[in-house]
Design a protein around this ligand. Structure first.
Ligand SMILES: Nc1ncnc2c1ncn2[C@@H]1O[C@H](COP(=O)(O)OP(=O)(O)OP(=O)(O)O)[C@@H](O)[C@H]1O
Ligand SMILES: [Mg+2]
Length: 132
């Protein structure tokens, strides 16, 4: 169960083929870990065609683009304030949705993506990453 000093487990779903169920498994794993009481963040790093927000039926107000911009320009802002909360019954976890527009994906650097995961690991028991 959650403890104060977190170095969260990072689980990445990747495949060389599309439509094999990465997103479906990622979303369900995040939900089940949250149901068990763990602090969970689900990150959509399928930057061009991410559909985590669609799967969860959540409105994207702050995508990964906005989260990274805040991380870089406003280090004083707590990261969790930039994330999107998903709630369904007793289940609750945070989400970093993919960019809303295709061109936004091209301006996101790999280094920024890595730094975000390093920061999220300090805040969550599990960081689940969906990829392209
Ligand atoms: N275990 C499963 N049983 C039945 N249908 C599934 C299963 N896993 C996924 N699907 C269906 O397959 C399709 C693709 O699933 P999903 O979006 O999770 O794949 P993906 O690997 O994330 O695809 P992409 O590479 O496009 O992101 C969806 O329509 C989903 O409902
Ligand atoms: Mg997918």
């Amino acid at each position: 169960m959650p403890e104060d000093n977190i170095s969260g487990v990072v689980i990445t779903f990747f495949s060389t083929a599309s439509s094999v169920g990465k997103t479906l498994i990622g979303v369900n794993m995040a939900s089940e870990l949250a149901r068990q009481g763990y602090r969970v963040c689900l990150v959509d790093y399928d930057l061009q065609f991410g559909d985590v927000a669609n799967y969860l039926h959540i409105q994207v107000e702050r995508s990964v683009k906005d989260v990274l911009e805040t991380m870089n320009s406003r280090p004083d802002v707590p990261l969790q304030d930039c994330l999107t909360q998903y709630r369904y019954g007793m289940i609750s976890f945070d989400v970093v949705p993919a960019p809303e527009f295709l061109d936004e994906a091209y301006n996101i650097s790999a280094d920024d993506c890595r730094r975000l995961i390093e920061k999220l690991r300090l805040l969550y028991d599990y960081v689940i990453i969906d990829t392209t």
